[in-house]
Design a protein around this ligand. Structure first.
Ligand code: FAD
Length: 285
């Protein structure tokens, strides 16, 4: 199916992109275009203007601050993130996860910003960013604001980014000594959408879990697991204890049932992913 006729803008700066977005109420950001172009062809969305940010160098940087915080430009492709030296050194699990997203074509075009702004429930990044305590930087005509990843994903395909706004950066806090990250997914096939995902950030001190953030993906929005987290903290960083805690996973988690799997199966698999993610995180710590 052909694309509808519409205006195409390729601003030279982020300022210009924000101006363009603010000037047209019915403008849309175009990043990798992998989802948006299909949505346009299928007449699911009807923007008048596409504001292409994919080549803005300002949005394609990885910057490390003095305290170790990493600032990731929203237009970085998965390939660029996966091969970035700072990412590989300071957030190796995130870099590795990114290097395994679907296939080469998707990794060459798909962007970090597109992934999180799409907010597809099965997408790779949302649960991981919530586990890492990431912050998302949003710019609009009214200025710049930072949104915690916990508050960013509002519903399937709905985020805190308002019409006329641009996500410019994803900010990853540094991992403290003793902290480790785990990320696990279950897919029907290697290049198909996930049935269940889980990510975890844990801090281990003298063999004991001192802090934990566990997040399930593939429900409506990434779901923190407070009961499992409470059960982990103070317990040994050992598989049996983690497996006991993982039985509590599933709070505020509502995956759909469809031809690929029932909701019950997805929830059961999410618990398994949560167990594996925490075990992996304790090994990284
Ligand atoms: C065959 C195939 C398989 C896939 N499998 C997976 C998978 O397993 N896991 C996964 O996570 N993803 C998967 N994807 C999704 C792919 O990664 C998406 O295309 C991606 O999530 C959207 O990124 P994009 O850069 O292409 O964004 P676009 O398609 O350009 O944009 C998507 C949406 O985000 C908005 N947007 C983009 N950037 C910004 C920004 N900076 N600020 C504000 N709004 C913005 C756009 O306006 C649009 O509404 C798959 C895609 C394909 C085609």
């Amino acid at each position: 199916m052909l694309l509808p006729e519409l205006e195409y803008a390729r601003p030279a700066t982020v300022d210009e992109a924000v101006e363009r977005l603010a000037a047209h109420r019915n403008a849309r950001v175009l990043a990798g275009g992998q989802t948006l172009l299909n949505a346009l062809k299928l007449r699911i969305v009807h923007p008048d203007v596409l504001v292409d940010v994919s080549r803005l160098e300002e949005l394609r940087q990885v910057v490390r601050e003095q305290d170790g915080t990493l600032r990731l430009g929203a237009a970085l492709t998965y390939d660029e993130l996966a091969s970035d030296e700072l990412m590989r050194r300071h957030h190796p699990v995130t870099a590795q996860m990114t290097s395994r997203i679907v296939d080469r074509q998707v990794r060459a075009r798909g962007t970090l910003g597109g992934n999180v702004c799409l907010a597809d429930p099965t997408s790779n990044f949302p649960p991981l960013l919530v586990a890492l305590g990431a912050r998302l930087v949003v710019r609009g005509a009214a200025g710049v604001r930072e949104v915690a990843a916990d508050d960013f994903f509002l519903a399937p395909y709905m985020t805190a980014v308002q019409p006329g706004e641009l996500l410019t950066e994803v900010v990853l806090p540094p991992l403290a000594p003793g902290e480790g990250v785990g990320y696990e997914s279950l897919q029907v096939g290697i290049d198909s959408w996930a049935l269940a995902r889980a990510s975890a950030l844990v801090r281990v001190q003298d063999g004991t879990i001192a802090a934990a953030r566990v997040v399930l993906g593939c429900g409506a929005v990434p779901a923190r697991q407070p009961a499992m987290e409470r059960a982990l903290v103070g317990g040994p960083a050992e598989r049996d204890a983690i497996a006991q805690a993982a039985k509590l996973a599933g709070e505020d988690f509502d995956p759909p049932g469809d031809v690929h799997a029932t909701a019950e199966y997805r929830t059961a698999m999410a618990r398994v992913m949560a167990l594996r993610a925490v075990v992996a995180a304790t090994k990284e710590a």
